[in-house]
Write a protein that binds this ligand. Structure first.
Ligand code: GLU
Length: 428
């Protein structure tokens, strides 16, 4: 991570302003879209296992719901801020629009460190969160989902609390629920697989076979693991993965030049994506500094951790060989670094396109929940593939025709769709 002060919301607004200008949006539309429509900040008093009370801060931000109910995850993270949640909610609006889902954008967060919380404590945070926000979320209003350090189990506790308050069943109030409890098969895999569906299409367009490519991955959480899984299935080789080490409070990169073994690494990884250093050494992994993932001699980089990862400070360390960057994380590249990637002609699949598989599968989960009829995994993943592929093709055609950088092409499509919805509703 860069040492420079970083504000995700300022970055999201900078990205928006650039494209809003070229789209010629009127002042009212610009003012509406560069800020969230609604936000909620609240305190969560939670009884800890030792009997004391800790007060956590929680946020839910609804950036825009012109195209449908707000949609987006809830993150648990010690460095969460209102501005990060604002940025992420804005990116959700663009993500749902570029994937052409009938949904708007929202995001939530709690400032907490799940590594230091027992599961019963996390359950009480989830329930306290819902008690604060129950009046402002709902299947037709705002639909949360899992995100950084939250899982299907957290979603189920939240669903249960919501249903206790309302007195009825509301399977559509939250997605990413466990399979068998209203969840969809394929939802766990969806974000990582979706990243690789877009990579597959990008490689196809440039006439490169996945089996002739080598990649490095930042992060080893849910998105990274399933991206590696499908990339390996297509024949690609991952030579390095990085992850956060909770004990040392810094990241490490684990490298194996003939390819990391996903199954073996998973066995020595905790539920937050932390790889055990000693066991990795026994398996023959080289242990390098956390930033080393970005310097590897590879064709593809998969930043699948957090925002602010490819920055003005480290972008020059990217090897000349890198031709493709697929942003599994939200907001991994700062505008300063993005400018360099653009100049260097690296093909970037921007975050809100590359990682739209999660929310697309959430949408498929909503559809199944509404029907109360659940599809086989292959059917879900087949639909997901079609939707991601068509979103990717839409953006890459726009980029080619108008000679735009991929991020700008994706923004152009997404912002135009949302602006049109606001206009059609008579808001602007
Ligand atoms: N948290 C995921 C994202 O950032 C998924 C959101 C959802 O499924 O609503 O896209």
């Amino acid at each position: 991570m860069s040492t420079k002060p970083f504000n995700a919301f300022a970055m999201a607004q900078t990205q928006f302003d650039k494209v809003a200008e070229t789209l010629g949006l009127d002042q009212g539309t610009k003012d509406l879209l560069r800020h969230p429509m609604r936000e909620y900040h609240f305190s969560l008093p939670v009884r800890m296992d030792d009997g004391t009370t800790t007060v956590f801060r929680g946020f839910r931000v609804q950036h825009n719901d012109a195209r449908g109910p707000a949609k987006g995850g809830i993150r648990f993270h010690p460095q969460e801020t209102a501005d990060t949640v604002r940025a992420l909610s804005m990116w959700m609006t663009w993500k749902c629009a570029v994937a052409n889902l009938p949904l708007g954008g929202g995001k939530g967060g709690v400032i907490c460190e799940p590594h230091n919380l027992s599961m019963p404590e996390q359950e009480r945070i989830c329930r306290a969160y819902v008690r604060q926000i129950a009046r402002d979320v709902g299947p037709l209003r705002d639909v949360p989902a899992p995100d950084v350090m939250t899982s299907g189990q957290h979603m189920l506790w939240m669903l249960d609390e919501y249903e206790q308050i309302r007195g009825d069943h509301y399977p559509g109030v939250i997605t990413g629920k466990p399979v068998g409890m209203g969840g969809s098969l394929g939802r766990t895999e969806a974000t990582g697989y979706g990243v690789v569906f877009t990579v597959r299409e990008a490689l196809k367009e440039s006439g490169v076979r996945p089996q002739d490519t080598v990649a490095a991955v930042q992060g080893f959480g849910n998105v990274a693991q399933y991206a590696i899984e499908l990339y390996n299935q297509l024949g690609g080789t991952v030579v390095a993965v990085s992850c956060w080490d909770q004990e040392d409070q810094k990241p490490y990169t684990f490298r194996k030049k003939d390819g990391v073994d996903l199954g073996a690494l998973r066995k020595i990884t905790d539920r937050f994506g932390g790889i055990n250093k000693e066991k990795a050494a026994e398996l023959g992994y080289e242990q390098l500094p956390g930033e080393a993932w970005i310097e590897q001699d590879v064709d593809i980089l998969f930043p699948c951790a957090l925002e602010n990862s490819i920055t003005g400070d480290n972008v020059s360390n990217i090897s000349k060989r890198v031709k493709l960057i697929a942003e599994g994380a939200n907001g991994p590249t700062t505008p300063e670094a993005d400018h360099v990637l653009h100049e260097r002609g690296i093909f970037v699949i921007p975050d809100f396109l590359a990682n739209a598989g999660g929310v697309t599968c959430s949408y498929l989960e909503q559809v199944q929940s509404n029907m109360n009829y659940f599809w086989e995994k292959d059917e879900v993943l087949g639909k997901l593939d079609l939707m991601m592929t068509s979103a990717f093709i839409g953006v890459s055609e726009m980029a080619r025709k108008r000679k735009l950088y991929m991020r700008d092409a994706a923004y152009t499509i997404a912002i135009a769709r949302v602006a049109q919805a606001c206009k059609d509703r008579g808001w602007v």
